[in-house]
Design a protein around this ligand. Sequence first.
Ligand code: 1GP
Length: 240
Amino acid sequence: MLENLFELSSKSKDIAILIDPDKVTNTGLESLIKGINSANVKFIFVGGSLVHGAEVDEIIKIIKKHTDTPVILFPGSGLQVSAKADAILFLSLLSGRNPEFLIGHQVMSAPYIKKQGLESIATGYILVDSGKETTASYISNTKPVPADKPQIGAATALAGEMLGFKLIYLDAGSGATRPISSEFITAVRKEIELPMIVGGGIRTKQNIESAFAAGANLVVIGTAIEDDPEFLNTIKHINN
Ligand code: 1GP
């Protein structure tokens, strides 16, 4: 499974759907998974800013009953580790200057992740400003990279690559009013060779295609599907 994620490389153009356990009901979840199974979705990400491990466990149990799509943890904190997932994005918030999110949560959760035999994927996580404060930036008590400073995003991602991270995740934050610009994504793409995940505020087919064209290898969609599960039909028809 882990190899699948690494196979993203710089050629892939894949979609992941983010499920926030706080925002779905059990019945809603079942039909959502059916929709995911019929769309062109490579991974299901599970996580949220205010979720506890037990809720994550419970939701992954249900997801796995209905799909073979790999489930990847996208944790908002060190509390969101579940052995029921296929892998975890082991995130370090490189855009921030808060040691708790750079290394603190990681130290607390690393031994448990190892004990559970959970695959961890070292991910340099970069928040990008989207015009208003997002939950991710508030909770982590960090400033995102300014949207009009792609060179800072590129330098941050390059530092992540040089430090040995396996993936870079550029995130405008869940529910962002606008997605990260093509210009920003392109600047990062030019600087690094690592596979790149892009998410936050992606709501249209055009948003997805622009992110791919600018160099994203995996586009993450959460809020747009929560608001309108029919959007999965659009995803089905993305040429990737
Ligand atoms: C957030 O990148 C994800 O961390 C998805 O964002 O909910 O805005 O799609 P949305």
